[in-house]
Design a protein around this ligand. Structure first.
Ligand code: ADP
Length: 674
């Protein structure tokens, strides 16, 4: 667009040809240029100026500037009569490159550097001014961007480093200094191997190779070397730096220090594995009832978990010298390592543990004020296992008694952490419970043994007088004439004595079972026949029930202890009658399956609930509500079970409370006689 005809410029008194040429030049110049008369009215402007302003000013009307709105660099409006052009005209001096902001009618703003210069005619009189406007917007924008980028890089939490393709460090931000310890001055210009551990140098070659091919390396987890010589875990993201032609000229590297993340991961892993260990320990010690076992387990596992060189459990015992702590279990060191030094005593170091005051954890016990205060050793005896790191946790029972203490040692300082403390304390609590259970169990076991001893002794002592009583009564009976009225009484007495003798025999059997001395003698006999005989004899003395035998076989030869099997059948039959007071039938059957003889005794009586079914085979166990009105000792099924299992057989019950019971036993037809 020609904004002013050459003829007009001619008016300013320039040669026509020159005017025409400059007119064209003026209009086509890529730089905005315009003129004002001495009053400041715009007299001419070129195409680039119109582009810049975003509008066409009115010749002779617009003052000083073609832009309607102008601002100072800080964003404050700039009054047009104070703009550089106005000031040049008013003050008569040229103003060079004083940057302003102009606003186009569409609202866009541009950074502009005006260069207004006064113009004079040939006579030297002021005619106005010519202004060149340089658009510096892009430059400013990229400067701004760069400044922002630099600020971002400097304030980044990650170390950001750039390097040339041959590995020379070219930039180094604040975080790089913080992470690696080298200042910018120390690092820039050096080779990147400055921070690469020796054994990882080939990693760099591989990375550079990728970068050369324009590839990015993301989240590469490795280790880098700090100025202090420590290796730290980092996650690297390395991107190629391209020049304007798209060629790779270097690499930018973002290194994230993942020490904390790694630590967190590790501690999480440690925590999980410790938890697992604790679970295992908990389970193991709760399943064990042997004190020695429990404590050895606890000492072994906790020594391992804490990474201690050795661990020990000391019992808190009182003896004639007062407190004395007895080494009970040891892990990580041979027993001799402790034995020659005598047991720890109530010294300043040990007493907090045995007094139950709490855990003692010291990074270096030899520097602890409590250490070395007691004679004769004033510290660890010579030759003692070297203890620097020290951890001691009391094992306290529910009632508050200090059972003992768990002690751990390591020859290096600072080995035990608060985390270890928490774990050991929790194991100590579990161990205390397990130990109390074990103690209770031991006591019960002892009481039981006493009871067994008594039963064995009592039944043995009772057996002799009852046998002789029965003998004398039989003699009297035989001597009495057949029609003597007293004969009936004697027979009743004899029957009661037989019952008493059976009870005593049962008690003796129980005691023999406990001591593993129940004798067996195997013979071959017909089980069907035996059942027949027993049923007949029992029916003879049972008036309330019909005992019905349903033999599955006429003959069933077995190798077994006949007397003992008879004892089992009698027991099951008498129970069936005894525990079905409202019924009048007991079914007995015998059959053969899989080379086994199976006997079933079915009643229609009280039945047994599911949870009681397991227990009725244990000795002296009787179902509560029956025990009150049906007499018994609760040993018949216990003896029967033992007898059947000694025949490598099985005794079981199928029952429902209130609906009768069926007791079964099966024994192999042939016993391997051993
Ligand atoms: P006892 O009969 O001397 O009590 P046992 O060892 O023979 O001892 O039986 C144990 C317990 O099992 C009995 O006290 C009773 O509660 C229960 N029991 C045994 N047989 C039966 C049965 N046939 N029906 C219901 N309960 C039974």
């Amino acid at each position: 667009m020609i904004t002013q005809r050459p003829g007009e410029l001619q008016k300013k008194g320039l040669p026509a040809a020159f005017n025409q040429l400059t007119g064209q030049l003026f209009d086509n110049l890529p730089i905005a240029i315009y003129t004002c008369d001495k009053e400041g009215f715009i007299t001419s402007f070129n195409h680039a100026a119109v582009e810049l302003w975003g509008r066409t000013p009115e010749i002779g009307k617009d003052l000083w500037c073609g832009s309607l709105k102008i601002f100072q660099l800080n964003g404050d409006p700039l009054n047009p009569d104070n703009c550089p052009m106005a000031r040049t005209l008013k003050e008569g001096v040229a103003i060079e490159g004083e940057e302003i902001i102009i606003q186009r009618p569409d609202g866009t703003r541009l950074n502009v550097q005006p260069f207004p210069v006064l113009t004079f005619n040939e006579a030297g009189e002021l005619t106005g001014a010519v202004n060149t406007l340089i658009d510096v917007t892009e430059q400013r924008n990229s400067e701004g961007k760069q400044a922002m980028l630099a600020a971002i890089i400097e304030s980044s939490e990650d170390a950001i480093v750039s390097k040339t393709l041959n590995g020379t460090i070219t930039t180094w931000n604040n975080s790089a200094e913080r992470v690696f310890g080298y200042t910018e001055q120390e690092a820039v210009g050096k080779h990147i191997t400055l921070i690469i551990p020796k054994n990882r140098r080939q990693e760099e070659d591989e990375i550079i190779e990728k970068i050369r091919h324009g590839e990015k390396v993301e989240h590469y987890e490795t280790y880098r070397l700090t100025k202090a010589g420590t290796e730290i875990p980092v996650s690297l993201t390395i991107s190629p730096i391209l020049n304007s032609k798209g060629e790779v000229i270097g690499a930018s590297k973002i290194a994230r220090d993942i020490t904390r993340q790694k630590d967190a991961e590790e501690s999480l892993q440690r925590y999980a594995s410790n938890l697992e260990t604790l679970n295992i320990v908990g389970k193991m010690i709760s399943e064990r009832l042997e004190v020695q076992d429990i404590l050895q387990q606890v000492t072994d596992v906790t020594t391992q978990v804490t990474g201690a060189a050795f661990g020990a459990f000391f019992y808190n015992k009182f003896d004639e010298h007062g407190e004395s702590y007895m080494l009970y279990t040891l892990s990580g060191a041979p027993r001799e390592a402790f034995e020659k030094f005598g047991m720890p005593r109530n010294t300043a170091v040990f007493s907090p543990t045995f007094n139950g005051e709490g855990t003692v954890r010291v990074d270096d016990i030899t520097k602890d004020p409590r250490y070395g205060k007691n004679s004769p050793h004033a510290g660890m005896p010579k030759g003692h296992l070297p203890v620097v790191s020290y951890l001691a946790v009391p094992v306290i029972s529910k009632s508050g008694t200090v059972i003992g203490g768990l002690f751990y040692g390591h020859p290096e300082a600072g080995k035990f952490t608060s985390h270890h403390e928490v774990i050991i304390e929790s194991v100590a609590t579990q161990a205390a419970i397990a130990l109390e259970n074990a103690k209770l169990y031991e006591e019960i076991k002892k009481l039981n043994e006493k009871k067994d001893e008594f039963i064995g002794l009592a039944s043995h002592e009772l057996k002799t007088p009852v046998t002789s009583l029965s003998g004398y009564l039989q003699i009297i009976n035989r001597r009495l004439p057949a029609d003597d009225v007293n004969k009936g009484f004697i027979e009743k007495a004899l029957s009661q004595i037989n019952k008493l003798s059976d009870l005593i025999s049962d008690l003796l059997d129980v005691s023999k079972i406990e001591t593993g001395q129940l004798p067996f003698s195997f013979t071959s006999f017909d089980l069907a026949q035996l059942l027949h005989e027993v049923t007949e004899v029992m029916q003879y003395s049972t008036k309330t029930h019909r005992l019905v035998l349903n033999p599955g076989a006429d003959k069933l030869m077995v190798t077994a202890d006949k007397q003992r099997i008879e004892q089992v059948i009698i027991n099951l039959l008498s129970n069936a009658v005894k525990y079905s007071p409202g019924a009048d039938l007991v079914n007995i059957s015998v059959s053969m399956a899989d080379n086994k003889a199976v006997v079933a005794v079915q009643d229609f009586g009280l039945g047994i609930s599911k949870e009681q079914q397991e227990r009725i085979f244990t000795r002296f166990y009787r179902v509560e509500d029956m025990a009150t009105h049906i007499s018994g000792l609760g040993i018949g099924l216990f003896i029967s079970k033992e007898i059947i299992s000694r025949h490598k057989g099985r005794l079981w019950v199928e029952s429902e409370q209130g609906n009768g019971s069926t007791f079964f036993f099966e024994i192999p037809l042939d016993q391997e006689l051993t």
